[in-house]
Design a protein around this ligand. Sequence first.
Ligand code: NAP
Length: 261
Amino acid sequence: MGTLTRSLKIGIIGFGPFAQFLAKTMIKQGHLISATSRSDHSGHDGIHFYRDMEEFMGLEHDVIMICTSIMSVTEVVKSIPFHCLKKPTLFADVLSVKEHPKQLLLQEVPEDSDLVCTHPMFGPESGKNGWKDLNFMYEKVRVRDEALCSSFLSIFESEGCKMLEMSCEVHDRLAAGSQFVTHTIGRILSEMQISNTPIDTKGFEKLVQLKESTVNDSFDLYSGLFIHNRFAKQTLKNLEGALERVKGSLEARMIKEDGHK
Ligand code: NAP
């Protein structure tokens, strides 16, 4: 993939925290950004914000990026007035689960428009000092305009992201065993209300950081990771089983000790 520097006209649907974070770098790179969302997000520097979805869809974007929450994506995509498109457009999504938006977009996006499903494996916290060496997963689901797709992907490639091409299915299987575990442990630590002590070990400091970074993401995002990743149910069972086994081995040891007294 060559590093192309073509300036793109990018439209964003769903202008929440993650879209705002991505838009900053895109603007810095010289792309032209417009956005639409459920709530009014007008007033951001360099963003043309549209309340009217039909007007937004008629803007002749090169790329339309779907950045809405996992839980709302079906409702949002089904409400897009695709008939207002004036030309074939590259649709890209950035959702943290991949099979679900892939199936939905294949159903809903007009046949003459291309489709790339992506997951930047970082967020406003982990990417605040740049995107170098951060993972970026993508699947070219339906791409005929290779040059346009490369220009879009080079937004991330040129920032130094590690570009990983894989199927949405492989992504969801791997993410259930990694990202979903991370978020679940972070949420459990938050339920336990852990916080720094004067005698923190390095390991504990990392747990506090994990707790803080996971609860910064919305509960909508976390529930989406579970509900719309078919592999996550098994991960939750594995976690519960693992806790029971760890507890079991401690209890067995305690019984053995008591027997020696
Ligand atoms: P999020 O809570 O997952 O999504 C917030 C966005 O969803 C906002 O644009 C919000 O619109 C929209 N939304 C929520 N419910 C809606 C509804 N019922 N109808 C219409 N729109 C609705 O937070 P996020 O962190 O910004 O994530 C956005 C997407 O990026 C998600 O799919 C997430 O999985 C993905 N992602 C996030 C990260 C991250 O680190 N945060 C990293 C990679 C990928 P309004 O603001 O207009 O209300």
